[in-house]
Design a protein. Sequence first.
Length: 347
Amino acid sequence: MSILDSLFGEYDGDLAIDLGTANTLVAARGRGIVLNEPSVVAIDKSEDRVLAVGADAKRMIGRTPGSIIAERPLKDGVIADFDVTEVMLRYFIEKARGASRYPWSPRPRVVVCVPSGVTSVEKRAVFEATISAGARQAYLIEEPMAAAIGADLPIEDPTGSMVVDIGGGTTEVAVIAMGGIVVSQSIRTAGDEFDQTILEHVRDAYNLSIGERTAEDIKIKVGSAAPLAEELDVEVNGRDVMSGLPKSVRIESEEIRRALDGPLDAVTKAVKDALDVTPPDLASDLMYYGVLLTGGGGLLRGLDQRLREETGVPVNVSPTALENVVNGCAKVLEANALSGGFVQSAN
């Protein structure tokens, strides 16, 4: 143990990061969530420099000159552009540390969540990007485990708990018992795929070109996975593909639901596949305690109902779905459980 570790092994500068494809949340020890911003970086390609990160960069998507691009450096839950990810992480870490009570304190220890299906190479990329971005030590925890901890599930008990975590890039399905993941499924179909499917449907059905932000807005306003007691509709503005002129159409929730059948079927299959290989004793626990639906994608209207009907297992939506992963990482920090069996470290 270094002198810094002995002096500052635990202090309020230690950070927990939910490094998501769509959004990044950061929590600081003892202070809760201190940052929640889109995982977007705006870059001026002509000068090869970063213009903005996070919320400021997202506002530039679809609204910038040709030389300026707003990109997401993570794709399907893993690093697609190492250098840009490092810049983004450094910005988030420095911004979160700016709220520390001790500005003279050393670089923080950082716990970062990763999808359960990532390779060792992809894990190493997260380690190295976190260290390069200013962390003293980096630790990784798998997303479904972090979500279960954040949702206060009894992960240390012999009782089985099942988590379905639908983020921006990946859907993580895991059965957890005795402090470990017994069964896991990870697919790269999640919230971003929902948005892309809506974008393509609007283009094909209405000859209307819309952007990612508009597609996401449609999903939030009228998206659903099961019939609604009262169907919704929304006015959508975009550019007519044929004439190139601005155009508005009104779209109903029923057709968006039909459009989302493909990616929703993939999510349902992942849950069924996990249930199919779950040990019988743990499967019986799930029939009693149910499945926890978490992550931003888990908030899609009627998704709990659809999974319940398809699997026959009770499904509950977490009331803190958007924050479970980062809160789970933060609880690991608070308990100083960085040597636990579900945490991987790199010094």
